[in-house]
Design a protein around this ligand. Structure first.
Ligand code: ADP
Length: 215
């Protein structure tokens, strides 16, 4: 099992990049945020536990996250390649992933660090709209759907995630700085970190990421 990680603050475009890479590579996209939102929607025990943390912009406890990752990996063939989006988000999760990989003989090949100025992040998150059905992501100004409020792919209604309100966005950015940004040094020390400028348009960011993955 081989894996890569997309690391970056909320709004860096991890989900957008993951979607483009999914079409151009054989990586399986694993987004803990999407998995948690699906669990909330399905009212599973994990979802009920996670909702309060997510609505406030806080992180869901490490034990819950490591468990859903383990279950997700267990279901795939040993040769599968995973693209983690939004995981790991704490040093404890990174160490948990290292242990899990050691257990199953897997390895991490790259950690793509998506750098974006804070002002851009706030603007991106507050304008973000998501499809209720397929999860496609739009932006009211930067990536508008063809018809306002409607998904281009399946015609379903777009919504604003409850944690994309301005107050929660600021908390998520603070949580990122405190709990997730230390992973940059962690993976730099392990020789896995590759920086990508994610302040530019999605196609350019994707081209930089592909260059790294194909090097
Ligand atoms: P973003 O990267 O834009 O914040 P995500 O969909 O990745 O969006 O995450 C949304 C929320 O889900 C986070 O604010 C957090 O509450 C929860 N979450 C997602 N992934 C993790 C994780 N690895 N550890 C803890 N909480 C997580």
């Amino acid at each position: 099992m081989n894996a890569i990680i997309l690391l970056g603050p909320p709004g860096a475009g991890k989900g957008t990049l993951a979607e483009s890479l999914k079409d151009k590579t054989d990586y399986l996209h694993v987004s803990t945020g999407d998995m948690l939102r699906a669990a909330i929607h399905a009212r599973t025990p994990v979802g009920l536990r996670a909702k309060g943390f997510m609505d406030k912009g806080e992180l869901v406890p490490d034990g819950v996250i490591l468990e859903i990752i383990r279950e997700r990996i267990d279901g795939e063939a040993p040769a599968a390649r995973f693209l983690f989006d939004g995981f790991p988000r704490t040093l404890e999760q990174a160490e948990g992933l290292d242990r899990l990989l050691a257990e199953i003989g897997g390895s991490l090949s790259h950690v793509i660090n998506m750098a974006v100025p804070v002002s851009t992040l706030v603007e991106r998150l507050s304008g973000r709209r998501t499809c209720k059905t397929c999860g496609a992501v739009y932006h009211v100004v930067n990536v508008p759907p063809k018809a306002a409020g409607i998904c281009d792919h399946d015609g379903a209604a777009l919504y604003q995630r409850p944690d994309d309100s301005e107050e929660t966005v600021l908390n998520r950015l603070a949580v990122y700085e405190r709990q997730t940004a230390p992973l940059i040094e962690y993976y730099r020390k392990h020789g896995l970190l590759r920086d990508v400028d994610a302040s530019v348009d999605p196609a350019t960011t994707c081209a930089s990421a592909l260059e790294i993955l194909n090097a």
